[in-house]
Design a protein around this ligand. Structure first.
Ligand code: FE2
Ligand code: FE2
Length: 360
């Protein structure tokens, strides 16, 4: 790499100012350096391929210019391939100035990841123009990557904030309803098992589980005299208690958030029954959103295995048998089958988050 670039020194308008250009050439002609001076670039001259690889392996630059004056030597193409293998230069524009019309050398260089090629003798104006364009391209690509990174970060931050708000709502519901205990954790765990048993994706299962933590958020609107009543409810009280489904829906609905939309569906429909005898809308079968059908199974199961002031906790097997007996009437049979198919996981979950006994 020792050839000369011929031409006159000239000035041109350019937006390549402050770009960092690395030039790989054994003997850089003075007038080419002067040309680059007019581009107002920070130029680093590297003496041959080995010093280029050593110096550019980790340091990003805006453009690499390789000058190769031997038309039979594939050294330039080899250097392109080596530089492309480094993390820092994987996508840096590389311009090769080669001697003659050695198509094989040029084709090899292009295959190795070369961005552009010029053939000696190079007109300095053309060189300047080409470099300017390549630098502008590199800058646009970096700006687009930066924007994409910022957008991805903004989305991740918004999702994290959304989940934090939901967790705080869940805490509010737990403070209000003493009996909840680990109820929400167990319902969410059962929901994941059922959703996965139904073949939903991990993301869908996690979303349903997370949204399920607000299924009883509407109980925030139920008076203490009913919510905390240490005895079975009267008919009127039961009707008031049933309002929690609709009120929870109203608290959560009309949100642009996917998780809150899902949570509002669950709040509204987790007391619907497969046979249409549930509340508040008396929806039937597939009219009930799948997430509501899943949480109906998980919620009733947990209510059965938990002790209440008016009932003992059921043994796990007995609660499971009840769900199986109610498949097709109270519950979506597919959800019950999915629940049963993940029985071992559910038993482990309940052992880890055992329902508390009611204090005497
Ligand atoms: Fe409920
Ligand atoms: Fe519940």
């Amino acid at each position: 790499m020792s050839g000369a670039v011929r031409g006159e020194i000239f000035c041109m308008a350019t937006d390549a100012g402050n770009a960092h250009v690395a030039i790989v050439s054994a003997a850089m002609p003075f007038h080419l350096v002067a040309t680059l001076h007019h581009l107002a670039c920070a130029v680093r001259l590297l003496d041959g391929a080995s010093s280029a690889v050593a110096e550019l392996g980790e340091q990003p630059v805006d453009l690499i210019l390789i000058e190769d004056d031997d038309p039979t030597d594939p050294g330039g193409a080899r250097l392109v391939a080596t530089l492309r293998g480094s993390r820092a230069q994987a996508r840096t524009p590389i311009l090769l100035i080669t001697a003659g019309d050695a198509r094989i050398v040029r084709a090899t260089a292009v295959a190795a990841g070369l961005s552009d090629v010029m053939v000696h003798p190079v007109d300095p104006f053309d060189l300047c123009l080409r470099m300017n364009n390549l630098i502008a391209l590199a800058r646009s690509r970096r700006a687009a990557e930066r924007q994409a990174r910022n957008a991805a970060q903004a989305v991740a931050e918004a999702a994290a904030r959304e989940r934090e708000i939901i967790r705080r709502l869940m805490l509010a519901a737990e403070f209000r309803d003493d009996q909840a205990g680990d109820h929400l954790t167990r319902v969410a765990g059962c929901a994941i098992a059922i959703a996965e048993g139904l073949g939903l994706s991990e993301e869908e299962a996690n979303d349903i589980a997370f949204a399920s933590t607000m299924h009883d958020i509407g109980k925030l609107s139920i008076p203490d005299s009913i919510l905390m009543k240490p005895a079975p409810l009267t008919e009127i009280e039961r009707e008031e208690m049933k309002q929690h489904a609709l009120r929870g829906y109203r608290m959560l609905t009309d949100s642009p958030s996917h998780l809150l939309q899902l949570a509002s569906d669950i709040a509204l429909t987790h007391h619907e029954r497969w046979d249409g005898a549930g509340y508040p809308q008396g929806l039937k079968g597939a009219e009930i959103p799948l997430a509501g059908r899943i949480i109906a199974v998980a919620d009733v199961f947990d209510a059965l295995i938990s002790e209440r002031v008016y009932k003992k906790a059921w043994p796990l097997e007995q609660a499971r048998a009840h769900l199986e007996a109610q498949a097709g009437s109270h519950f979506d049979p597919a959800c019950v089958a999915a629940f049963v198919s993940r029985w071992a996981d559910i038993v482990t979950l309940i052992r880890e988050h055992r329902p508390a006994a009611v204090a005497a």
